[in-house]
Ligand binder design. Structure first.
Ligand code: ARG
Length: 459
């Protein structure tokens, strides 16, 4: 047991207590950020005269040595230390002796861990943004390739009106654009440096918090030392944003699973992204989509855990807050994996255009357009709705589509119908006529795709 605080104790810590309390098994994940923060701290301490330049140089050299040794596997982080902070400090003292004992001057583990977690999270947000961007690029390509690929649009999972694959994919594009901007917002709000807040009440040393903030790439120092050491809002916000990403991925996965089913056959997931059955030789299962859908639960769980952990904590730091790490790390790793896998699956998926178009055609998705035809010929919409409803019923009885119903039958229900009804309810017309902003019509889609192109080029 290597601890930083033995002085006022008369007994060894019970081993179970030590194990329960220790965080080294997971906080080693931010060893790099811990060292980065310490280097900024001692740089500042020397510039304000708290340390000599020689001490600073010795400490920085020692810290860089630890980093290098860790990265090259020459030293190992072991459970002999309580946490990553103790590991780095003990290792430094081993290397450089007394100067190492000055590293922690004007600092507490409370502001140190708040800093490390922020630095780590900040890096991860940048990485997740990159992955969301890559996914959006894949979706953008699918949109560009499929402006005229007709498919049914659904409400209540019942065929509603025809749309295109570009339009359907575009809905997800909008979701991921919002996800991306949520990540940017969180970054903006969180990017203030807690280092220098001490245990809770600042320190008596002449720390230059603006300098450390700047050295570490923050917009500035946080403004209340009690809040600084106990703020986990940014993690809650991040977990909420990650949960929303997972919700979007999960909805898309659900659709891919349906579309890949034998009943739909709209898509075929690439063999490289499918799995088989140990007993049924014919099976090709959409496990990746199912797993992404399934893993959504654990990311939501992380959000609920942290919200619950934080709800009763009095100011300032309390050990409960150590619980922020494992669940945030797990959520981040889960989301990164899911976005990458989902992106890979979408890059290689193939679309069965004939099935999609045939499905759009045989579900009366043009019934609204038939009613609109009557409205354009002076029939009030409510009457038109009733007339087309009767025609649909007739078609169901005959097991045909509206396109196949003879003109005499149309005219028997309403004399307003002429031969041009067939053109008015063709799939192409149904989609093409919908050209308001955001609608699936070709021109409307092209405008949105051009906007997305500029958006992606600017990220
Ligand atoms: N492992 C702790 C955490 O993650 C570090 C801070 C410990 N501070 C303390 N006063 N015990 O929160």
């Amino acid at each position: 047991m290597a601890q930083l605080w033995g002085g006022r104790f008369t007994k060894e810590t019970d081993q179970l207590v030590y194990n329960f309390n220790a965080s080294i098994s997971f906080d080693q994940k931010f060893y790099k950020q811990d060292i980065q923060g310490s280097i900024a701290h001692v740089t500042m301490l020397a510039s304000t005269g708290v340390l000599t330049e020689e001490e600073r140089d010795q400490i920085i050299e020692g810290l860089n040595g630890i980093l290098d040794d860790l990265e090259h596997g020459r030293i190992e982080i072991t459970s002999e230390y309580e946490d990553i902070h103790s590991f780095v400090e003990a290792n430094l003292i081993d290397r450089i002796g007394d100067a190492g004992k000055k590293l922690h001057t004007g600092r507490s583990r409370n502001d140190q861990v708040a800093l490390d977690m922020k630095l780590y999270t900040r890096d991860e947000i940048i990485e997740i943004k990159g992955l969301v961007k890559e996914l959006m690029e894949t979706l953008h390509q699918i949109m560009k390739d499929n402006i005229d690929a007709f498919m049914p649009g659904f409400t209540h999972l019942q065929k509603a009106q025809p749309v295109t694959l570009a339009h359907h994919t575009g809905a997800y594009m909008e979701m991921f654009k919002r996800d991306y901007s949520r990540l940017c917002d969180i970054y903006e709000r969180m990017n203030y440096c807690p280092l220098g807040s001490g245990a809770l009440a600042g320190t008596t040393y002449p720390l230059d918090r603006e300098q450390t903030a700047e050295l570490l790439g923050f917009y500035g120092p946080t403004l209340n030392s009690m809040d600084s050491v106990s703020d986990r809002d940014y993690l809650i916000e991040l977990l909420c944003a990650l949960s929303t990403i997972m919700m979007h991925l999960s909805r898309f996965c659900e659709e891919i699973i349906l579309w890949n089913s034998n009943e739909y056959q709209f898509v075929s997931i690439d063999d490289g992204f499918s799995t088989g059955s140990s007993i049924m030789p014919q099976k090709k299962n959409p496990d990746i989509a199912e797993l992404v859908r399934g893993k959504t639960g654990r990311v939501y769980g992380a959000l609920m855990s942290l919200l619950t952990t934080m709800k009763g904590i009095p100011l300032a730091y309390n050990k409960d807050m150590q619980e922020d790490k494992e669940l945030t790390f797990d959520a981040i790793d889960t989301v990164k994996g899911c976005i990458s896998l989902f992106n890979g699956m979408m890059k290689t998926i193939t679309f069965n255009y004939d099935r999609m178009e045939a499905s759009a055609k045989n579900g009366f998705t043009n019934a609204t357009d038939a009613a609109d035809y009557l409205v354009n010929h002076g029939v009030p919409f409510r009457d038109a709705h009733g007339i087309v409803g009767r025609l649909v019923l007739l078609c169901i009885e005959k097991d045909i589509s509206l396109d196949e119903l003879p003109l005499e039958e149309y005219q028997a229900v309403s004399p307003v119908f002429e031969d041009d009804i067939y053109d008015a309810i063709s799939m192409k017309t149904c989609v093409e006529k919908r050209n308001t902003i955001g609608a699936p019509g070709h021109d409307a889609m092209e405008k949105v795709i051009a906007l997305n192109e500029a958006y992606l080029a600017d990220l």
